[in-house]
Design a protein around this ligand. Structure first.
Ligand SMILES: *[C@@H]1O[C@H](CO)[C@@H](O)[C@H](O)[C@H]1NC(C)=O
Length: 394
């Protein structure tokens, strides 16, 4: 076992030699010097946790360096609060999950970063190896719910850049109860048939930006749950998957609303939905307001524009009451491309809380090579301007 001082000194000289971009003098803890093995088979959790403990307690910004190669991590909770104002995971290699889904499938996460202010994950690949769990679910066996590849909980000043997340058992990246989060240039990939593998899920979080990312999954590319506010999503390509969704909202009677969300310059290819707002068909005090969907390209998307307030996917767990979630001030601006079904615009709102101030501006959607698409409205009010094809039913 290396002494702490020796490990730090070794790591520091490595940083100076091999890690341009890290400030001279910044502490760098290489997980390999704590015993992590790049063989894809030996559990490196203890080494990662030691590197975390050193970085988190440092008096200066610190980096945990994961060199190239494949590191098996049975699971890891990186928990603060930290003394260091900034801890960065800088990953050149691949971190792989155990192939046995029972190891983490019940706890809900594989890698958790919690109670930290100032944390970054730069580069690298996370491989959740979810295939075993998906086939268990497909067989209808009794299987655990599954683990998220990477969850941030109760954290602020979070930065994720250039990370690749593959084949998560469940959601890939979860942002829960966080503030000031920036996710940039991530690549998320799971088969279109994999269940509940949402790309990025945001909930109970404020000021979250997702930029320039490529997401293909079996569920929503990005989903926003209750309590998401001041969210900016730009330059994302989505597909396969279920689109970008606000919701599901209104699953519980008391929940926080979603407000001030912009989704801009997004391309959807072969997805189930484009831009969607969905809420359960039951009582709730939730809401979605000040939502801007703009500059979207739809390529063969089943439901390019959809508000679904009668959401009841398993025909149980909802009383088929009108949704209590009120949806207002939603703008669709410059949305164009092709719909895979005839109904390209489907606004199905609550009879008890009709959607209000819906705006359609410069929307042009065709159905399969220039056939006319249609739009359908229930309990939806608002205005349209510019060229709107199919013509507005508001
Ligand atoms: C809406 O959210 C964006 C992105 O986070 C932010 O820049 C803007 O100030 C917010 N607007 C309001 C009115 O809060």
């Amino acid at each position: 076992m290396l002494s702490k001082a020796v490990a730090a000194a070794t790591a520091l000289s490595l940083a100076v030699l091999f890690l341009p971009g890290i400030a001279r003098g910044e502490l760098v803890y290489n997980v390999a010097s704590f015993g992590a093995r790049a063989d894809g088979a030996s559990d490196s959790s203890a080494a990662f946790l030691k590197a975390w403990a050193m970085s988190c307690s440092a008096t200066t910004p610190a980096t945990i360096y994961v060199p190239s190669g494949s590191f098996l991590l049975r699971g890891a909770k990186f928990v603060g609060p930290c003394r260091s104002s900034s801890v960065t995971f800088r990953i050149d290699g691949t971190i792989v999950a155990p192939s046995d889904y029972n190891v983490n499938g019940h706890s809900g996460y594989w890698i958790l970063i919690r109670d930290v202010s100032g944390v970054s994950v730069i580069g690298g690949t996370l491989d959740g190896r979810g295939a075993g769990l998906w086939s268990c679910k497909a067989r209808g066996g009794s299987c655990p719910q599954g683990a998220t590849n990477l969850e941030f909980s109760n954290a602020d000043n979070v930065y994720v850049k250039g990370l690749t997340s593959l084949n998560s058992q469940m959601f890939h990246i979860v942002i829960n109860a966080c503030k000031d989060v920036r996710i940039q240039g991530v690549h998320i990939e799971a088969p279109g048939t994999s269940p509940n593998t949402d790309g990025i899920h945001i909930g109970e979080s404020d000021t979250v930006t997702v930029l320039g990312s490529k997401i293909g999954t079996g569920d929503d590319c990005i989903s926003l749950g209750p309590g998401s506010s001041n969210v900016w999503i730009e330059g994302v390509s989505c597909g396969p998957g279920h689109g970008i969704s606000i919701g599901s909202l209104g699953s519980s009677p008391n929940e926080n609303g979603v407000q001030n969300v912009t989704v801009s310059t997004v391309t959807f290819t072969g997805t189930q939905n484009g831009v969607r707002i969905k809420s359960w068909a039951k009582q709730s005090n939730g809401f979605a307001r000040h939502i801007f969907f703009q500059h979207a390209t739809m390529n063969n998307v089943q439901n390019p524009i959809i508000i679904d307030q009668s959401y009841c996917p398993y025909y149980s767990g909802c009383s088929n009451e009108p949704s209590g979630v009120s949806v207002s001030d939603v703008t669709y601006f410059d949305i164009h491309g092709t719909s895979a079904t005839e109904v390209a615009v489907n606004l199905d709102c609550s009879s008890e809380y009709p959607c209000s101030s819906i705006k359609l501006e410069d929307v042009k959607l065709t159905y399969e090579g220039n056939q006319a698409a249609t739009s359908s409205c229930r309990n939806a009010g608002g205005t349209s301007s510019g060229v709107v094809v199919p013509s507005s039913c508001l």
